[in-house]
Design a protein around this ligand. Structure first.
Ligand code: TXA
Ligand code: MG
Length: 357
């Protein structure tokens, strides 16, 4: 059992103050220890990507299958040059427009640049530059390329608060940098570039297909048409085949064109379980929250602001667990913009239990 330290990081303060707050965390990271830290998407569990022992620790702490590669986080261009082989102009363009930011680009890895555990034996590595002052300062101060998956036990919802990290990993990691709530709330978009003018989205996330298109107007975007279509395809991004983000209760997504039909369907299901005395919960948009009667009613915020729903999703899923809710229904949403990533995570959290009405 390790004592897990917590370092509070003032993320909108002075750079020198932040550097002081991160000193111990950066030193531990560079010595091969595991340190969780905030990014603009979710909290990551970091280790020196070059140190196989350290990276092994990530898989052990998370209970993560070893065939699922890790994203490497960098703070500047010099670090990128050390990690990857020469890459296409399209990649350069996307980095210029969208980094730092929630975009992971899969690029050809420079041999021996990272531990083989990071790439899970692939000839590529996923790289991103996070848009978060504490993450960038920690990477810079440690001097390491930082391999970091989301800082949750494998299969659980990703952490959007330092408290979520402690819920899952207290006693298993050296520490967590507490920078408060993360912004986006869903993970980065993972892309690969199969040819000089195609962007293939392997995992929808914080950067939308629309944003990729406007950063590279001449490129063709190859995106999963909907959260549902992705499951019928062979997983190209190894992580896509595992159950993820799931609450302990049984979750069903209900999606439909007519919101009042969705509400009616969900309420009927809840009413039908009354005799069983199971604890029920719903996750719904503000517009209809008063129409529901369940043991726990949580909201995404307004359906006009799907960014807010993305920001709140994982905390809501964890709340159902904390309250012991056994049966959960969630309203689905449009798959436009960030809605594609939101529906992707919801579908996985529900084990693809989706009712379309
Ligand atoms: O926002 C994020 O991306 C967060 C924060 C911490 O940066 N990280 C994160 O990592 O979500 P993780 O390990 O939970 O998800 C990484 C995803 C997996 O689906 C994995 O299969 C894919 O990226 N991936 C990593 N390297 C890859 C590669 N070389 N080729 C294809 N997919 C890759
Ligand atoms: Mg994850």
């Amino acid at each position: 059992m390790t004592i897990t330290k917590v370092w509070r990081a003032a993320v909108d303060g002075d750079a020198a103050v932040l550097a002081g707050q991160l000193e111990e965390a950066a030193a531990l990271l560079s010595e091969g220890h595991l340190v969780a830290f905030p990014t603009e998407t979710v909290y990551g569990l970091g280790a020196d990507a070059r140190n196989t022992k350290a990276v092994e620790g990530i898989f052990r702490a998370k209970g993560r299958p070893s065939d699922n590669p890790l994203i490497v986080h960098i703070a500047d261009e010099r670090q990128l040059g050390e990690l990857v082989l020469p890459y296409p102009e399209l990649a350069r363009r996307l980095m210029k427009e969208l980094w730092p930011g929630p975009l992971t680009i899969v690029l050809p890895v420079r041999p021996e640049a990272v531990s083989p555990l990071v790439t899970a034996g692939l000839s590529t590595v996923g790289v991103r530059m996070p848009d978060h002052p504490a993450a960038l300062a920690l990477i810079r101060q440690s001097g390491c390329p930082v391999a970091a998956p989301s800082a949750n036990r494998s299969g659980r919802p990703s952490p959007t608060l330092a408290e979520h990290v402690l819920e899952d990993l207290d006693g298993k990691i050296s520490g967590v940098v507490d920078g408060g709530a993360t912004g986006v709330g869903l993970e980065s978009t993972v892309i690969e570039l199969p040819d000089s003018d195609t962007i293939r989205i392997l995992r929808p996330g914080g950067i939308t297909a629309e944003q990729l298109q406007s950063a590279a107007p001449e490129a063709t975007i190859d995106a999963p048409a909907s959260a549902k279509s992705e499951i019928t395809e062979a997983p190209r991004s190894p992580g896509m085949k595992y159950t993820h983000y799931a609450p302990e209760g049984d979750l069903t997504i209900v999606q439909g064109h007519d919101p009042s039909e969705v509400t009616r369907y969900i309420q009927e299901q809840i009413n039908a379980t009354k005799a069983s005395h199971l604890k029920t919960g719903v996750l719904v948009f503000d517009e209809r929250r008063t129409a529901y009667e369940a043991d726990l009613v949580l909201t995404y915020g307004s359906e006009l602001h799907l960014e807010q729903a993305a920001h709140r999703l994982y905390a809501a899923l964890r709340r159902f667990d904390a309250e012991g809710v056994q049966l959960i229904w969630a309203e689905g949403c449009s798959e436009e913009g960030i809605g594609l990533a939101l529906m992707n995570r919801l579908a996985k959290a529900a084990g693809h239990q989706i009712v379309r009405i």
